[in-house]
Design a protein around this ligand. Structure first.
Ligand code: GDP
Length: 433
């Protein structure tokens, strides 16, 4: 189930980041980081009373305060209207009403989105009359709040939670859901257009589960695949806000909905930090990956470049070093349909189940470093889930199994079972009964 987006908008200095930090507070620690991959801190997982969502701080996308505020306000509004499930327009009680607030409120009011108007910096109930000013924006019921002290924060979050969409029932899983990802200009739309233009591919548009997302169901040699948000990929720069600025949020949304992600890399330019971030997000969301080294037509020394790219991939994207890699040219339409058998392969990997008896034999051969002078032993091991595969290790000393030990177990498991290539794996630890 894809998590809904709660987007905070408002002019600079109203306290967007403070509110964002309070919203993601404790839950921020839940998402496991891939060591060595820097994470964007402008969108993070949050939860209110068991309802999970992703909070987005639009202020974080404008790191320089001198960036044109007209542009900021307009882009924030368009982005929120396009992408958000719930919008919080944050106002500032200390500053009072401001023409930019009016402009932003007007853009949001007519959008048909769930919008909450929150008046920040109301630190105590005595200051509540300050919200009265804001009724002139033509909005319903501004909510007083103090992001800094937490005053009335729970009440605001109740209202947010009430506007969150009900989780849709899990769709029937007859076909893999595939997201096409990559940094701007890597060739995503060229690839999607090329794939959908293939004669052998029967395609039909399917409205997506998220707002205006249009997915495409295609059939390749009798097998079905759902390409996620093809409309979003193909529609270029028509939304009126900087796609590049907010690209990661859109990427995250697609990852949330996917089983397998095609991560496009510009073969001519090599693997850059943004590729690492995207792959890191895919991994943290426990989705499968296929790497497409696109623009292969621009590469002249094929063997040399491939060897170099594979080496860099192993180093910068080590957590996905097992994933399939395809060289392709979306422009010349070479090898692009090879993505489908690779998607099948990764789906198989995600559904692979190893019998307990085998895993127990495997576990016998694993030796782990001692912890605080105590021996650490895995007594049994069992696979508890698929999509992605998850394992429970029964041990004499759960705290003694450190992340580095788990990485060792994972590496050994992958070596013993190459069928897991392309999917992340999960591990749980339990004391032996
Ligand atoms: P997107 O932003 O990821 O959707 O990228 P586009 O599909 O818009 O492609 C950006 C530019 O790269 C366009 O000029 C494409 O023609 C070009 N391009 C895309 N794929 C290839 C490829 O395989 N080879 C070459 N040479 N150019 C490509």
């Amino acid at each position: 189930m894809a998590k809904p987006l709660v987007v905070i908008v408002g002019r600079p200095n109203v306290g967007k980041s403070t509110l964002f930090n309070r919203m993601v507070g404790r839950s921020a620690a839940i998402v496991e980081d891939v060591p060595g991959v820097t994470r964007d801190l402008n969108y993070l997982d949050a939860e209110w009373e068991g309802k999970p969502f992703i909070a987005v701080d639009t202020g974080g996308f404008y790191p320089r305060h001198d960036e044109n505020i007209f542009v900021q306000i307009k882009e924030q509004a368009l982005f929120a209207v396009q992408e958000a499930d719930v919008v919080i327009h944050l106002l500032d009680a200390k500053d009072g009403l401001n023409p930019f607030d009016a402009e932003l409120a007007a853009l949001l009011r007519g959008s048909g989105k769930g919008v909450l108007w929150a008046v920040n910096k109301v630190d105590t109930s005595k200051q509540e009359p300050a919200v009265l000013d804001f009724y002139s924006l033509g909005i319903s019921e501004p909510v007083p709040v103090s992001a800094a002290t937490g005053y009335n924060f729970d009440e605001l979050m109740e209202k947010v939670a009430a506007l969150l969409p009900e989780p849709a029932p899990e769709e029937a899983r007859e076909y893999p859901k595939v997201a096409v990802l990559g940094r701007p200009n890597v060739g995503k739309s060229t690839l999607v257009n090329a794939l959908l233009g293939k004669k052998r591919l029967l395609v039909s548009p399917v409205p997506g589960t998220t707002r205006d997302a249009i997915d495409t169901l295609c059939t390749y040699y009798g097998r079905k695949y759902l390409l996620i948000d093809t409309a979003g990929i193909r529609r270029k720069d028509t939304r009126g806000y900087s796609i590049e600025r907010f690209a990661m949020v859109r990427t995250l949304r697609s990852i949330e909905r996917a089983d397998v992600c095609l991560v496009l890399i510009d073969a001519a330019e090599g693997i850059v930090a943004e590729d690492q971030k995207i792959a890191g997000l895919v991994h943290s969301r426990l989705k499968g990956a296929v790497f497409v080294l696109n623009k292969w037509d621009l590469v002249t020394e094929h063997d040399k470049v491939l060897a170099e790219l594979m080496k860099t991939l192993g180093r910068k994207l080590w957590f996905f070093a097992h994933a399939p890699v395809l060289t392709a040219s979306s422009l010349e339409r070479t090898r692009i349909t090879k993505v489908f058998p690779l998607v099948d392969q990764v789906m198989e990997a995600r559904r692979t189940r190893i019998p307990t008896a085998e895993l127990n034999r495997f576990a016998q051969d694993i030796s782990l470093p001692p912890h605080k002078g105590r021996k650490v032993k895995i007594h049994y091991m069992t696979q508890v889930a698929v999509e992605p595969p998850a394992f429970t290790l029964f041990t004499n000393f759960p705290e003694g199994i450190k992340p580095s030990s788990l990485r060792h177990v994972e590496a050994r498991l992958r070596k013993a079972y190459p069928a897991f290539a392309g999917t992340p794996l999960r591990f749980f630890k339990k004391p032996r009964k």
